[in-house]
Design a protein around this ligand. Sequence first.
Ligand code: OGA
Ligand code: NI
Length: 358
Amino acid sequence: MERNISPKFGSSLPVPCVQELAKESPEIIIPTRYVREDLEPLPLAVKQIPVINMANLLKGKSEELKKMDIASKEWGFFQLINHGVSSSLVEKVKTETKDIFHLPMEEKKKFWQKPGDLQGFGSAFVHSEEQKLDWCDLFYIITLPTYLRKPDLFPSLPLPFRETVEMYAEELRNLAMTLIDYLAKALGIEQEHIRGLFNEGLQAMRMNHYPRCPQPDKVIGLYPHSDATGLTIVLQLNETEGLQVKKDGMWIHVKPLPDAFIVNIGDIIEILSNGTYHSAEHRAVVNSEEERLSIATFFNPRLDAEFGPAPTLITPQNPAKFRTVGVEDYFKGLFAGRLERKAYIEVMRIQMEDSPNS
Ligand code: OGA
Ligand code: NI
């Protein structure tokens, strides 16, 4: 199929630039739109999320595959070490992305979201002037397949950033494909089925900049949510911590290991696995001393595919728990709503009307 236009998944209202707000004065009164009253005072646990060694997976070590399988069921998150992406490329991604967020406002305006579109600097999931906002500026861009790139955004990105994003996109696509193959193997999903879905898969990056906040406890950098994607690979760009994962009613602080990626299972893989794998809620908190930056690279099935629980996992004893949907419709539905907890996957869940407990 020949396509040359970037898909339109919807839009989000314009919001202030948090970096500009935070700059005004260190003593600023936080605008009420950012002040949250509903932040759960869940206990914070000091615990390390599972660590998976990619080199062992590639050597075919079954214990490592088992470890990844358990991490995907129980946590939905793990750190990936020895992932094979060159550290010089990762360093370039870190520096050049920081530079993009620190460009003068006049420059950044060239890459601002246009009305009716989601790509560029701006917001996501904001649909009313009353809605609370995250203490975060974001840059969202569709990176692969190349024919879905936005023709007036991608080519206008400054060099060397554009080339670095292109290289990083390729490397992360390959890494995500390999991981998804292993996950499918652990789950007992046919490789052909998985490949059919994820070949030419839709990849997007959400680059997050969380400026310093004088009253960090009043705001949230990124509200608790699960990712609607297949698989997400997060790179933290600086040392400041802030990502937290919900596990057993607690928020677990993620301390990125040097040279590791943070990988998380998204809603699409939870659906494909018919609920066996867990797309975990997570959030980002902010800091009064330092800014924080990250890139979440989302890897999804191809835009013209449909997905639902994998046929090999469905039996009379284990019926499908989720509907089958088209990828494009799924994303349109996602961006029409808010990013809140696990709300969107619930829309996909089949209600068991005649279940004995209902
Ligand atoms: C996201 C996300 C976490 C972070 O962009 O979906 O969860 O550490 N980011 O910024
Ligand atoms: Ni996320």
